[in-house]
Design a protein around this ligand. Structure first.
Ligand code: 13P
Length: 250
């Protein structure tokens, strides 16, 4: 069975609630007949209610950009899986490289967040990817394997059933430099091989691995044509409804 692709938008720290509603007013008609892929939009926390309201008659899923591992408590600025589920959020990005680079996210906290998301029934999109120095030093495979081993530590295949992984080479994020489809596919194969070791062949065969890093309407088709690439996690080019629709419909 071919894997259904997941076309996901990561809006990062862009858009207000009004701009979110406006995005959906323009985006929904562009993808109304599109049933081939799953579409997920991950706006900032504060835009989640507007996104949920605007998308409620559609099949578009709404995701958050982070989740804390505790159910509740004195954790200023954090949001729990239960709080996200109570709103109607279904997906959550975990371990994005910007969290790792700028907000002290580690492989261990990624593991905690992932466990909490899966335990609660959220669908995590777990991000992995090497920085430029690691690629240039020939360390890409080691980095990807290490990030997977640590992120998936002490999670059973049964628990991980809904897991989605995103390969986002850090040097390709927001830089306009896209990994070639072949290079991305090679990295995806490494991630799938590590997932086979950790969770088994059947699980890894069904695992959706998305590519992220300067995905645009112009390169979406070539990337998505790779058998190893099961969708996209799109930053900058997902902010404009026409551009994201063109990427989705490649
Ligand atoms: P860009 O598409 O802006 O390069 O961002 C990719 C990304 O980080 C998605 O999570």
């Amino acid at each position: 069975m071919p894997r259904t692709k997941v076309m996901a938008a990561n809006w990062k720290m862009y858009k207000t609630p009004d701009q979110t509603s406006e995005f959906f007013r323009n985006f929904l008609p562009l993808v109304s007949g599109h049933s081939r892929d799953e579409i997920v939009v991950c706006p900032p926390f504060l835009d989640l209610p507007a996104a949920l309201e605007a998308s409620k008659e559609s099949k578009i899923a709404i995701g958050a950009q982070n989740v804390h591992w505790k159910e509740e408590g004195a954790f200023t600025g954090e949001t729990s899986a239960g709080q996200l589920l109570a709103l109607g959020v279904s997906h959550v990005i975990v371990g994005h490289s910007e969290r790792r680079q700028y907000f002290c996210e580690t492989d261990d906290t990624v593991n905690l967040r992932l466990k909490a998301a899966l335990e609660a029934g959220l669908i995590p999109i777990c991000c992995v990817g090497e920085v430029l120095e690691e690629r240039e030093a020939g360390l890409t495979d080691d980095v990807l394997r290490r990030q997977c081993v640590r992120a998936f530590h002490a999670i059973s295949a049964k628990k991980a059933a809904k897991l989605i992984v995103a390969y986002e080479p850090v040097w390709a994020i927001g830089t306009g430099k896209t990994a070639t489809p072949e290079l991305a596919a090679e990295a995806h194969a490494v991630i799938r091989s590590e997932a086979t070791e950790i969770f088994g062949e059947e699980f890894a065969g069904d695992l959706r691995i998305l590519y992220g890093g300067s995905v645009k309407p112009e390169n979406s088709k070539a990337l998505m044509s790779q058998e190893e690439i099961d969708g996209a996690l799109v930053g900058g080019a997902s902010l404009d409804p026409k551009s994201f629709a063109a990427i989705v419909k490649y």
